[in-house]
Design a protein around this ligand. Sequence first.
Ligand code: NAG
Ligand code: NAG
Ligand code: NAG
Ligand code: NAG
Ligand code: NAG
Ligand code: NAG
Ligand code: NAG
Length: 741
Amino acid sequence: MAKMSCTRNFLLLYSITFFISTNIKGYVTADEDRKVYIVYMGSLPQGEYSPSSHHLNILKQVIGDSSASNRLVRSYARSFNGFAATLTSKEVQELSGRKEVVSVFQSRKFKLQTTRSWDFIGLHESVKRVPSVESDVIVGLIDTGIWPESESFSDKGFGPPPKKWKGACLGGKNFKCNKKLIGARYYNKTDKTGARDVDGHGTHTASTAAGGFVRGANFYGLGKGNARGGVPSARIAAYKVCSPDGCEGHYILAAFDDAIADGIDILSVSLGISFGIGPYDDAVAIGSFHAMKQGVLTVQAAGNDGPFPLTVSSIVPWLLSVAASTTDRRIIDRFTLGNGETLIGSSINSFELNNTMFPLVSGRDALKHAELCDVDSAMNCESQCLDERLVKGKIVVCNSPYQLIKIGETHGFGSIFISDSVEYNVPQVLSLPATIIDTQLGNKLISYINSTKMPRVSIRKSEEIKDLTAPVVASFSSRGPNAYIPDILKPDITAPGVNILAAYSPLGPVSDDKNDKRSVNFIFESGTSMACPHVAGSAAYVKSFHPNWSPSAIQSALMTTAWRMNATKHTDREFAYGAGHVNPVRAVDPGLVYEAFEADYLNFLCTVGFTLDQIKTISGDKNVSCKKTVKGSFGKELNYPTITARVKEKTPLNISFPRTVTNVGHANSTYRVKVFNDRIINVNVVPDTLSFKSVGEKKSFVVNVAGRGLPENYTVWGSLEWSDGIHRVRSPVTLHTPVTF
Ligand SMILES: *[C@@H]1O[C@H](CO)[C@@H](O)[C@H](O)[C@H]1NC(C)=O
Ligand SMILES: *[C@@H]1O[C@H](CO)[C@@H](O)[C@H](O)[C@H]1NC(C)=O
Ligand SMILES: *[C@@H]1O[C@H](CO)[C@@H](O)[C@H](O)[C@H]1NC(C)=O
Ligand SMILES: *[C@@H]1O[C@H](CO)[C@@H](O)[C@H](O)[C@H]1NC(C)=O
Ligand SMILES: *[C@@H]1O[C@H](CO)[C@@H](O)[C@H](O)[C@H]1NC(C)=O
Ligand SMILES: *[C@@H]1O[C@H](CO)[C@@H](O)[C@H](O)[C@H]1NC(C)=O
Ligand SMILES: *[C@@H]1O[C@H](CO)[C@@H](O)[C@H](O)[C@H]1NC(C)=O
């Protein structure tokens, strides 16, 4: 942990300069090994242009004629301009000096980060829908592919694909699309499985966002109910970019290039990089910029590196970043000791023991090789330290949940793990009858073992209970503040991401244990990966009512109508859940929206350190200029639905945040503002009343924040809300001084 904190602190203090200088220098290695780099060249030029021959020409100039075509990995030419090539650091330096190049960065590996959940967020089966429009909405997923035969993707009752669809079904051998799953592509041409999902992740996220109805879906009887996505009538297109060892950055960009040109409406991207990277080097940040240009909203998982501050890895304002929270369905395991006492542990345990009692032994009591192993290693159940004769057929108590596989290998029957690790505070599917408890219960269990000659236990199959504390942000969910763009609050919103039941690939692993040979069509998973398609599905739902809304209007509608979360911890609040918990039904009628378009985002890029030449190339418009902004405004002027600033500690502050709202509610309406703030600052909105005469009308206001200065390592949590008596348009207002560790 200490190491990470240190790195984070560095990023925070030097955020802006850091991502500029890493652009090239960060990747100069001592050896001259070639690696795959992405050469990003912004928007496609207007008029006649042959991208691939231009790319090859550039390469030839840098590395010579003969080998250029071997070094070109891929050209991006459908939705934006650029290419991937294997390059040495010297070649990278030469390329990045060229005028037509915005940035050159190493292609890095990204990692992968429902029956009940849609009801929980208020999108009931009976909710109002516009099926004819919904069936024209296309949701794209950039993920591990898809299992086309899953019942969730049945096309029963579907008409032909919408006319705007320009994609293709190129999923490889034995891969058939249908009228529900209308497109598939994959990018690793040596992957013989094509776009078929052999992992399960992509099938899970696709079915959560837009899967059809499946009656009686369950995981070994658990979570039984009707599974469905947010928009069951919408179409799906799957773009496979991941292999078992990760999701290559240059494949991700290729998927954006295709998906945008194919005509998808909403993109769901449950991928990210821990220890985020600046916007220059982030394939998702770049791809989603061009998606936004074409009217496509990208939704991305915030990351699974919580609960520590500054861990959110989805950072740019033109995409929606999603945290993960609980639903009111909790999964627990009861287990009964030989003395009749019943305790509660956590895991997703599908094994039915019929109340049979099994002998119980602690790792410590099964120690062998006392000369090699100490008591702690035995208690951690390291396999060479366990005496097989003493664990065979028994339930073994261990301190380290990583050792479950070893229990199986030493012929133990099951296990109870004692761990306070945050990784295990959400239940996981395990390969043996097993459960996880915290150290407090662990001590109780050990005393019981100590108290009897024949300790025994029976673990019951998991059961569902109602969790009245929900929604609470999961501890694994990455937190703000935003380390790279501190004046943009991230994550933006939270959605269900714990114990989500959704479709799965029958070839996907059921647990982490390679010896676990079970195969299922539905499974429980947790992660911001699972929260992301809930928001993508909600965005598609909003789009089915408002097909012409801009990506930022949909984003704003989802954010300003989000349920207020109850803070359980006062230290992270909006840095954990952003604007709040997604509420798709209310988002259809937000009243007012905060909109931003390409020009606004370009101006924002001016304020965060991009040069004018880079901005011209990104936009493809040579006439573009940087609007005069307050020096160091770093995004405070962007018309974003949340209001955030990082300020210097103990320094008087006086910041203005200009904002403009567009009326999408009633033509004749008057909104008044209410401000909720910490006494330490003074928030003043001018004007405090906005009157509209027509739909589409825009009105501007300024939020002025003043105060005598904030203490070190301090955050002010406030909000403002515009209301016409019917709509409530809420924006969090957060001001923070740099986080210290
Ligand atoms: C491409 O797929 C092959 C075969 O599955 C795999 O070994 C390789 O690691 C993948 N390459 C990348 C860059 O993902
Ligand atoms: C529990 O009962 C079920 C159904 O009779 C059986 O399949 C299963 O093997 C039993 N489990 C154990 C551990 O005896
Ligand atoms: C259980 O017994 C072991 C020694 O056999 C002892 O070290 C340990 O403290 C005891 N634990 C409890 C909770 O009673
Ligand atoms: C927050 O707590 C209040 C009061 O206990 C409750 O009425 C409200 O429903 C809670 N909100 C959420 C989102 O859980
Ligand atoms: C750029 O400005 C020139 C001169 O004002 C104009 O003729 C041209 O159409 C503009 N180009 C674009 C892409 O807007
Ligand atoms: C709005 O209100 C004005 C005055 O109250 C009225 O004249 C006008 O017809 C109203 N317009 C609409 C669209 O309701
Ligand atoms: C700063 O605040 C964070 C979040 O509230 C906290 O975790 C951390 O310990 C604080 N640092 C110091 C030095 O107090």
